[in-house]
Write a protein that binds this ligand. Structure first.
Ligand SMILES: C[S@@+](CC[C@H](N)C(=O)[O-])C[C@H]1O[C@@H](n2cnc3c(N)ncnc32)[C@H](O)[C@@H]1O
Length: 274
């Protein structure tokens, strides 16, 4: 099987075609005219369960994204951001292009500050442009490897969403969907584990560590969280909030393209014992 593309998500390219994903649009809370602009652009936007987020069922939102009225974000990405929106000091450790950091900053508003760290200079520049356009006053950008950042263990929440080998994309991007090779998974899973280890030390006692990945492969989901919990008895799985119930799989969140539409996501909220 070596070298053969591996199916993303559970079940691979079977006969069930995933549902098309409605586009999700967090609106800029600093634009009081955002709703009116959305309506004038012919967008039909319905509120979703995620605070501040809307779902477009018709229209073309790209122009409004360009001028900072809204940004386009997948459903799974919004779920993960909402899980990490803990009042206080939040670290988004793998932040660019920045959708989650922006949403967390807006959900928290005056209740918290988001530190968005990014290892790639090029991607940090993209994040800086987006952040400038969006204008969230409680978002700070930091360049560098989050696992080696000189932070104290002071974060109320640390989120990491490093890109995965088993990227569970929707059928809108089938080329990416089938590009994963089984032999890449252990290497990626090892990187996921190392970064999670690094972040664990930055969470304050009683704080939250959210491990999220856009992979649904066991090696990068339970295969990372299980050994982490075994090796860190100071962390336990935190209960999921009520609004996440439709996406719960056991104690974790799994957004599955074939069930929920959009890209796949796995998320595990882990609480450091006080
Ligand atoms: C999947 S993307 C994150 C998407 C982002 N959270 C969002 O919502 O837009 C992963 C990002 O993590 C960055 N990254 C990977 N390893 C990192 C590390 N050790 N420290 C900081 N950033 C890292 C990559 O350069 C990439 O930009």
């Amino acid at each position: 099987m070596a070298g053969r593309p591996r199916a993303r998500g559970r079940g691979g390219p079977g006969p069930r075609r995933p549902r098309a994903a409605p586009r999700r649009l967090p609106l800029n809370p600093r634009r009081p005219d955002a709703q009116a602009l959305v309506a004038a652009a012919g967008l039909e936007a319905q509120p979703t369960r995620v605070p501040g987020a809307f779902e477009a069922t018709a229209g073309r939102p790209a122009d409004l994204a360009e001028d900072g009225t809204l940004f386009l974000q997948d459903r799974g990405s919004q779920l993960v951001a909402r899980l990490a929106a803990v009042p206080g000091l939040v670290l988004d450790a793998c932040a660019a292009p920045g959708g989650k950091a922006l949403l967390i900053a807006d959900v928290l508003a005056e209740r918290g500050t988001v530190i968005a760290s990014e290892a790639s200079r090029r991607r940090l520049a993209t994040l800086a442009r987006l952040s400038h356009r969006w204008g969230a006053p409680n978002l700070r950008l930091v360049a560098g490897d989050a696992g080696r950042a000189p932070f104290r263990p002071a974060f109320d929440c640390a989120l990491r969403t490093r890109r995965a080998a088993g990227w569970a994309r929707s059928p809108d991007t089938p080329d990416i969907r089938w590009r994963c090779r089984p032999e890449d998974l252990p290497r990626h899973a090892e990187r996921q584990r190392r970064l999670l280890e690094g972040l664990a030390g930055l969470v304050r006692p009683g704080g939250l560590l959210v491990y999220a990945t856009c992979s649904l492969e066991p090696e990068e989901t339970h295969g990372v969280v299980g050994p982490f919990l075994d090796a860190h008895p100071g962390f336990v799985v935190a209960p999921l909030p009520e609004w996440a119930a439709p996406f719960a799989e056991g104690r974790f969140v799994a957004v599955r393209p074939e069930c929920h539409g959009g890209d796949g996501f796995f998320a595990a909220p882990l609480r450091r014992r006080a």
